[in-house]
Structures are given as C-alpha cells and as structure tokens.
Design a protein around this ligand. Structure first.
Ligand code: FAD
Ligand code: NAI
Length: 472
C-alpha cells in the first residue's frame, strides 16, 4: 500500500480525540502514519483542558457537595467536609498526566510518529512542522477548536480573574462570587464545580433559556434544578463590558432585547459562550481550501475536503463539538483512506452534560421532530416518566428529572430520547443503541431491564409512548 514518493501514507494534524484515534486506526490498517501536535502532551483539548480535567473536578466536587449539602447526612452518614483544593487539583492533574501519557504509549505501540510542532501546509501533500518538512499521500486536518472570545471581556488566565474554561479549572481558591457568561455546557459544568465548593454563582445567558440545542422540556427542568441548587440565573441578558480593578471584575449587563444597563461585581468571571474552529496558521490559503461562514472546514460524507488528498474531522468541521463524535470520525476517516467504508451516523450522536443530575439526549428534540413533520404535532407520540417514580432513584435520594421518548406516530420508530437523572450519561447509551438499530418505542418497552436500576425509567417512558407505564 505504501507510496514511496511520500514520507508517510497519512499525516494527521492534531492529536485530540479525532486526530489521535485516526492516527492509531490508520496505523492499525497498515498505513505508515505520522501525527503533528504542537502541545507538549497528546490528547488535545479533551484530555488536557477539556473533558477529562473537568470531569475530575466535577466528580471530586460532587463528593464534597454530597457531604456538605445534607445528602449524606440524610442517609445516616454524618461528616463535616473540609476542602483541600490543592489535593483536588493534584488528582485532576494526575488523571490528565496518566491519560495523555497513555496516548503516547499507544502511539509507540502502533508505530505512529509524533511530529512535535505547529503544522502549516506548503501544498496539499507537504506540511512544515517546526523546522521539518513532512510529505504524505493523505493529510487529515483534526485541529479542533478554541474558546470564542467575547468583545469587551478580555480573558487573562494568568491573573485568574476573567478566565476561560482552562483558567476556570485552575483557580487556586474558591471565589466568593463567580459570574458565568453563557449558560451552555461549559458554564453549567464548571459553574457547578465552584458552586459546590462554596462560590455564589450567577449565570448570565443571552437566550431566554439555558442549554440551546437541547429539548425544550429538558431546558426548563434543568433551569428549575440549577435554581434549586442555588445558582442565580440571569436569562435574556447580555454582558456588554468588563473592567478589572485589583482583584475584582465589574461587568456591565443589559437585557438581550435592549434596555437599562446595570453592573455586577465578581471575584471571578468565566467566559463560556462557545468555541470556534482552529484554522489560523494552518496555511489553508496555500492549498486553496476555504472555510465557511462559521470558520469550519466543509467536508463530504466521507470526510473529504474540496482539496484532493486532504480530509478533515472533529471540532474543525460542522456538527456538535464533542469528543466521541471526533473519535468516531477519526476511525471512519482512517478506514476511508485505507480504502474501506468508514461511516458515522450523525443522527445518533449522544450529548451529555455532566452536572448533578446529569442531562443527556440523543436524536431529535420534540421541537425538531414537529418541525420535521411540517409543524404537525400529531405526527409524533411522546412518553415521559419521572425519576421520582423510579425505585432506584427514589431509594438513592435522587428524585429530580425525567426520561422523555419521542416516537414517530405512524411507525413508532424512536426519534429522540432525553433524560435528566443522576446517571443520565450512562442511561443514554442504551437509547443510542436502540436508535442505531431502528428500534420502536414498543421494542424498548418490551425489553427486560434489570431491577432496581435507573434505566428502568427508559423502559417506562417507552411504555408511556403508547400509554401504559406501570409505576405512574
Ligand atoms: P482537539 O481536542 O481540540 O484537538 C486538536 C489538537 O490539534 C490540539 O491539541 C491542538 O494543539 C492541535 N493543533 C491545532 N492546530 C495545530 C497545528 N496547526 N499543528 C499542530 N497541532 C495543532 N466533549 C465531550 O464529548 N465530553 C465532554 O465531557 C467534554 N468536556 C469538555 C470540557 C471542556 C472544558 C471543553 C473545553 C471541551 C469539552 N468537550 C467535551 C469538547 C471536546 O473537548 C472536543 O469536542 C474534542 O476535544 C474535539 O476533538 P478534536 O480532536 O476535534 O480537537
Ligand atoms: P455552548 O454553545 O454550549 O454554550 C454557550 C452559551 O453561551 C449559549 O447558551 C449561548 O446562548 C450563550 N451566549 C453566547 N453569547 C453570549 C453572550 N454574549 N452573553 C451571554 N450568553 C451568551 O458553548 P460552551 O459552553 O462554551 O461549550 C463549547 C463547546 O464545548 C460546546 O459545543 C460543547 O459541545 C463542548 N463541551 C461539551 C461538554 C460535554 O459534552 N459535556 C462539556 C463542555 C464543553
């Protein structure tokens, strides 16, 4: 398979979950593979400053919260928690270090060459990485994404007063007041970490509801739960400016639709208004590759760009910015380059918010399903089941949330599943598999689920689609 006119069969640019997975799969398929990465460690945003460190802080702070907020006491475990933030950070760094080194080991094991440095295209088969020139028959762009800046609010992760998600993972002490700009996934996850550890958290969201893109009922329920936990939500509000004096930030806020401005003081401000694709410095102009209006690289069904031999995957292409989506695209692109058929079903990509409780969904929201049916509300059936009526959740003192299943009224095929539950992120996997296999709600309803488990709520919600849940 090797073409000796190039140094490599495949060069991947970026070693995040998209790039490192593509590199390993390409090598497994017998292709001579290199991966360019400019960071000091492999694993991209996800392992270094994203999924993994945020989950390390979420998991640890959840224990602290359970001890501090009375949950443990209500089960007969009486402890007074004492926060050792340095130790909490140390276990976060330990998790990151172990996992990033693990990717380095996998690269060696699979004979993937790591080219350390920033990669820039010279032509469609030639890339400069630092001082080295590397040629490859096929090149995959997997450069990921970075924080979207907010004009007027300057992030400074050194001073740690106005921070992005990377800075918010590193705070050396719990801020008294934290303002989170953007009520999306990052704002709610990292806002939850610091609220649990004692900060007063105010979330400022431009839209009239949190978590855009999720099902409407889920968004409303999430807002109720976060308010109950003590987060202050300032919806339909925008931040128009920020000044920092000493150790305090002062923000100017306005109603999104316009109106009187007000100011708000905070010890820490987290800017989390989205992420944008990384293409600066890649030299796309040298290969005649343009980005779309959102700065993304457009691809076809097989992950080919418009330039022959250049492919793209992950956060840098359209679609949800999620690690598992990037990983699946990494496997598929490598298989396509090797002449196999690599496919990702973009209609069945689960999304999970790792708060307490967790919030998860896969497939269409109720609003999208109705819109797809031309506005006909009768074209779908919806079944809901509250976690309060699930024996395991109730026993575990986890009453919040529900499962909602949306099915096609004519065929009963499941179109979307949404959950708020302590373990929603784990529960959603079965919904993904069911949908991948084209399940009807009846298929789920008549599948035996172990008792007592949280996923029984999925079975009961499926039973509710056709009108016969047992426990409500
Ligand atoms: P990235 O992981 O961004 O990797 C791209 C890599 O390319 C980077 O390491 C970068 O240094 C490198 N690079 C860029 N340009 C060049 C160049 N020119 N030359 C060489 N190297 C280059 N997703 C989830 O699914 N679950 C989660 O729980 C989750 N939590 C998150 C928490 C936070 C705080 C953040 C910020 C993100 C989170 N995400 C989560 C999103 C997830 O991290 C991304 O979707 C995922 O990392 C995208 O993978 P990728 O391979 O496309 O890009
Ligand atoms: P996001 O897109 O999830 O949320 C951004 C929020 O900011 C939106 O609600 C938006 O309406 C709001 N907003 C935008 N401009 C604003 C302004 N000027 N003032 C106030 N609010 C404003 O983006 P976020 O949270 O930054 O996350 C980025 C990406 O990282 C997401 O696409 C997500 O997929 C990924 N991620 C995934 C995680 C997971 O899977 N658990 C965890 C963290 C991040």
């Amino acid at each position: 398979m090797a073409d000796n006119s190039y140094d490599y069969d495949v060069l991947i640019i970026g070693a995040g979950p998209g790039g490192y997975v593509a590199a390993i799969r390409a090598a497994q398929l017998g292709l001579k593979t290199a991966c360019a990465e400019s960071r000091e460690t492999l694993g991209g945003t996800c392992l270094n400053v994203g999924c993994i460190p945020s989950k390390a802080m979420l998991h640890a702070s959840e224990f602290f919260d359970a001890a501090a907020n009375g949950t443990m006491e209500s089960m007969g475990v009486e402890v007074k928690p004492k926060l050792n933030l340095d130790k909490m950070h140390a276990q976060r760094l330990d998790a990151v270090s172990g996992l990033t080194k693990g990717i380095e080991f996998l690269f060696k094991k699979n004979k993937v060459d790591w080219k350390k440095g920033l990669a820039t295209f010279e032509d469609a088969h030639t890339v400069k990485v630092g001082d080295e020139t590397v040629t490859a028959k096929d090149i995959v762009i997997a450069t990921g994404s970075s924080v979207t800046p907010l004009p007027g609010v300057e992030v400074d992760n050194d001073k740690l007063i106005v921070v992005d998600s990377t800075g918010a993972l590193e705070l050396p002490k719990v801020p008294k007041t934290m303002v989170v700009i953007g009520g999306g996934v990052i704002g709610l996850e990292l806002g939850s970490v610091w609220r649990r550890l004692g900060a007063e958290v105010i979330v400022v969201e431009y839209l009239d509801q949190l978590l855009p893109g999720m099902d409407g009922d889920i968004r409303k329920e999430a807002a109720k739960i976060f308010k109950k936990q003590g987060m202050e939500l300032r919806l339909s509000t925008k931040v128009t400016g920020c000044t920092v004096k000493g150790k305090k930030a002062t923000l100017t806020l306005e109603p999104s639709a316009g109106g009187d401005a007000e100011t708000l003081e905070a010890d820490c401000v987290l800017v989390s208004i989205g992420r944008r694709p990384n293409t600066d410095g890649l030299g796309l102009e040298n290969i005649g590759l343009e980005t779309n209006q959102r700065g993304q690289i457009e691809i076809d069904h097989d992950f080919r760009t418009t330039v022959d031999g250049v492919w793209a995957i992950g956060d840098v292409v359209p679609g949800p910015m999620l690690a598992h989506k990037a990983e699946d695209e990494g496997i598929a692109v490598a298989e396509n380059i090797a002449g196999q058929t690599g496919i990702v079903n973009h209609d069945v990509i689960p999304g999970v918010v790792y708060t307490w409780p967790e919030i998860a969904g896969v497939g269409l929201t109720q609003e999208e399903a109705i819109e797809k049916a031309g506005g006909d509300k009768k074209a779908i059936n919806v079944g809901k089941f509250p976690m309060m009526a699930n024996s395991r959740a109730k026993t575990n003192h986890e009453p919040d949330g529900f499962v909602k299943i949306i099915a096609d009224a004519e065929t009963d095929r499941v179109l979307g599943v949404w959950c708020i539950a302590s373990v929603a992120g784990t529960m959603i996997a079965e919904a993904g598999i069911a949908m991948e296999f084209g399940a009807t709600s009846e298929d789920i309803a008549y599948t035996c689920h172990a008792h007592p488990t949280h996923p029984e709520a999925i079975k009961e919600a499926a039973m509710a689609v056709i009108g016969k849940p047992i426990h409500i």
